[in-house]
Design a protein around this ligand. Structure first.
Ligand code: ZN
Length: 137
């Protein structure tokens, strides 16, 4: 995943590449926009994660990197491999729709809601698993 490798064009990455931009999150304006901020710690993301069907909670303080969080999610949270696989795949869909909402806000001035993010992620995730299960039978 590009997020773990620092390959996503968040403001922090652009500032590190000497671009002259302010670098703060455009949505909340509180901190430098990092991958972790967009996908985990921004209030918009935190509210979206509240609707997460597996009740996984984003850490209360921003001490985990995205990579550490994904590792923790993949290894420590769920005892069943099947549930773990579903949870991790749902996280991937959530991250995609959080990123898409960020880009829609930045580039098209479309202000989505956290509930819309989770609704889109949930729909895509169900479509994904329905396709896998129909191919398996
Ligand atoms: Zn923010």
């Amino acid at each position: 995943m590009r997020c773990c490798a620092g390959g996503v064009g968040v403001c922090e990455a652009l500032v590190n590449r000497q671009m002259t931009i302010e670098g703060k999150c455009w949505r909340c304006g509180s901190v430098m926009e990092s991958v972790e901020h967009v996908l985990m710690y921004c209030l918009f993301a935190r509210v979206a994660w509240l609707g997460f069907v597996f009740s996984f909670v984003i850490p209360p303080t921003d001490f985990l990197t995205f990579h550490q969080w994904i590792d923790k999610l993949a290894t420590n949270v769920y005892p069943s491999k099947a549930i773990q696989r579903k949870a991790v795949s749902f996280v991937a869909f959530m991250c995609w729709y959080l990123w898409k909402a960020r880009n829609d806000f930045y580039f098209d001035n479309v202000n989505s809601s956290p509930s819309n993010v989770i609704r889109c992620a949930d729909r895509a995730w169900h479509d994904y698993f329905n396709a896998i299960e129909s191919n398996a039978s």
